[in-house]
Design a protein around this ligand. Structure first.
Ligand code: NAD
Length: 430
């Protein structure tokens, strides 16, 4: 292991533990910063978000009552280009979570070397209990509350947990009405008819599939017949499961917020997707055993693909994981305290900032296409995505070998080095 110096974070005591998402991000950041012998001033610049905005969002509900929701938008770092990052609608949204997610976006864009900085947004709400009309009013009012931050050259949102193409269309329309002309490039993940990119909806799951192939090859396991478990069966998880099955893997377990399913002979993923479309959730699906979400994580498999929320694999359950490879479809699914346990067990982890970067990569393609007004075929999108994901995986693997560190620390090291070098070139605006 390379000898490192130690940074002292003044706010370390404020964090409650390794399950605080910002702390989970910072503990890996510190490690990478030490490996890079990052200059003390730059360390301070990179550990602080550039801008944090909190808004109160009043919305008239269908009942006529007015409710006020809290919304956040955090721009973590924009040295490499416009801020980029999704908007999440969830009851669990907190400023700490949004800050962590915005930092991860910064490192993610740098890992795949696309010219964006990192941001994230969220509104504390329960979208599952809200009508489409209420969600539209919430989205439009939140957008207008942060409108001076948004813009194709300054901050470009995208979908995240519980937001989708329809929400992106409302954001784009609200922004365009304020600016008196249509601005498609202000958000990505839009419907294709509205300037969206072919392949965007599948991009994060496809990226997970590509890095799973690379990871299996690296650890010497065949792709054909590899047993895969997917936790979270939304956009990322269900598409990754379908593509991996198409590539020859056997999907032996899936889950969502309603519960988990297992079938050691393999699930028919398309059939589970059809069930979910009809019944909203995977639970109740008849051609599998119903198990708990905790049991799913401990299933005997080659690849575990967490694709739901943060802190799923923690110091408490990491020992029970039997997978040889973990591909982090979600952001922050592994708490910092679990890293060491997984390393000790020899689990090869493809970290979130690499594994799920397919989404932001095709968001970048969408932004480029919108600004150029010239749209690419799905084959072009997918082949350019494949090239970036494969190269990024190999670059991170190269750094991991160079510093003798795991893939997560290697990805942070590569990303922080890239962001730091841009700061050095730009200098400090006085
Ligand atoms: P989604 O809302 O489409 O799906 C989330 C899924 O997780 C749902 O199936 C939900 O039921 C499930 N889930 C929630 N809580 C759960 C629990 N406790 N146990 C099991 N399952 C649970 O969201 P998504 O867009 O697929 O995003 C999933 C993750 O991937 C998030 O961490 C997100 O930040 C990350 N991500 C998404 C994208 C993207 O392009 N959508 C890109 C990069 C990263």
């Amino acid at each position: 292991m390379t000898e490192t110096k130690h940074f002292m974070r003044p706010d370390k005591d404020r964090f409650l533990g390794d399950e605080n998402p910002f702390e989970a991000m910072m503990s890996r950041f510190d490690y990478a910063a030490e490996l890079l012998h990052l200059d003390g001033g730059l360390y301070k610049v990179l550990r602080n978000p550039e801008k944090q905005v909190i808004v109160s969002v009043p919305v008239q509900l269908d009942s006529g009552e007015v409710e006020v929701f809290t919304g956040y938008r955090v721009l973590y770092n924009t040295s490499r280009g416009p801020a980029k990052g999704g908007i999440r609608f969830d009851l669990g949204v907190t400023l700490e979570e949004v800050k962590a997610l915005a930092a991860w976006m910064t490192w993610k864009c740098a890992v795949v070397n696309i010219p964006f900085g990192g941001a994230k947004g969220g509104v504390v709400c329960d979208p599952l209990t809200m009508s489409p009309a209420e969600l539209e009013r919430l989205t439009r009012r939140y957008t207008s509350s942060i409108i001076e931050i948004l813009g194709p050259d300054s901050d470009v949102p995208a979908p995240d947990v519980n937001t989708n193409e329809r929400v992106m269309a409302w954001i784009m329309d609200t922004y365009s009405m304020h600016h008196r002309h249509t601005v498609t490039s202000v958000v990505t993940g839009k419907p294709v008819e509205l300037g969206g990119s072919l392949g965007r909806r599948e991009a994060t799951g496809r990226g997970c599939m590509i890095v799973t192939q690379e990871a299996l090859q690296h650890v010497g396991l065949p792709l054909k017949g590899a047993r895969v478990v997917v936790q979270g069966f939304g956009n990322v998880g269900s598409i990754a499961a379908e593509l991996l099955q198409r590539a020859g893997c056997t999907v032996v377990g899936v889950s969502d917020v309603s519960g988990a399913l297992a079938n050691p002979k393999g699930l028919d993923v398309a059939d589970v997707v059809a069930w979910r479309q009809e019944h909203r959730y995977v639970s109740g699906y008849p051609k599998a055993d119903a198990i708990t979400n905790e049991e799913l994580l401990a299933l005997d498999c080659d690849v575990l693909l967490p694709a739901a929320l943060e802190n799923v694999i923690t110091a408490r359950n990491a020992d029970a994981v039997k997978a040889k490879v973990i591909v982090e479809g979600a952001n922050g699914p592994t708490a910092a305290g679990a890293d060491e346990i997984l390393d000790r067990k020899g689990v090869f982890v493809v970290p979130d900032i690499l594994a799920n970067a397919g989404g932001v990569t095709v968001s970048y393609f969408e932004w480029v296409q919108d600004r150029g007004g010239y749209f690419w075929t799905e084959e072009t999108v997918n082949s350019r995505l494949t090239e970036i994901m494969v190269n990024s995986f190999r670059n991170v693997l190269g750094v991991s070998k160079k510093y003798n560190v795991n893939m997560r620390i290697a990805a942070y090291t590569l990303a922080i080095d890239r962001v730091a070098s841009v700061h050095r070139l730009r200098g400090l605006y006085a």
